[in-house]
Ligand binder design. Structure first.
Ligand code: DQA
Length: 151
């Protein structure tokens, strides 16, 4: 049996409230539901999913440093940090493995402050607007980028 490649699936502020949080925008799935779906898809793709959430910018940046040190691919929904955290952007810029930015909603179709992502330029790509499927598509992109047997 081939070894699984670890992938960090990082989530920023307020995403721990999914399910209850503005369901008309973010849907009814909780972060636990998303974790279960990512874990199941990861098993199919040969990826070991480590999904985490924090409301704390420093903790999130610490996890990005961990990804740098361990050379791990990252799927990240930076939530509101997307729009203004240069510190998070600089941490992601150090990356030594693929990084995919995800959003449940389509920020381009929402308030103007969401139209700027300070993170996008240091990610391989961004997937947004597909709800939970944004995460699934991001994992498929990671799997395609690292190729078979990368673990
Ligand atoms: C979000 C979009 C952000 O603008 C917002 O601040 C979030 C969630 C999304 O997944 O659609 O918290 O990242």
């Amino acid at each position: 049996m081939s070894r699984l490649t670890a992938v960090l699936v990082l989530n920023g502020p307020n995403l721990g409230m999914l399910g209850a949080r503005e369901p008309e925008i973010y849907g009814s799935a909780t972060l636990s539901d998303i974790a279960a779906q990512c874990t199941a898809l990861g098993a199919e793709l040969g990826l070991q999913i480590d999904l985490r959430q924090t409301d704390d910018e420093a903790e999130l940046i610490g996890w990005v440093h961990e990804a740098f040190e361990r050379r791990l691919p990252v799927v990240i929904n930076p939530a509101a940090f997307t729009h203004y955290s240069y510190a998070l952007r600089d941490a992601l810029a150090m990356r030594r493995a693929p990084v995919v930015e995800v959003h449940l909603s389509n920020p381009a179709a929402r308030e103007s402050f969401r139209h700027t992502s300070v993170v996008s330029a240091v990610a391989d790509g961004t997937i947004c607007g597909f709800g939970v499927r944004s995460y699934e598509l991001a994992l498929r992109a990671i799997a395609a980028m690292i190729g078979p047997g990368a673990g």
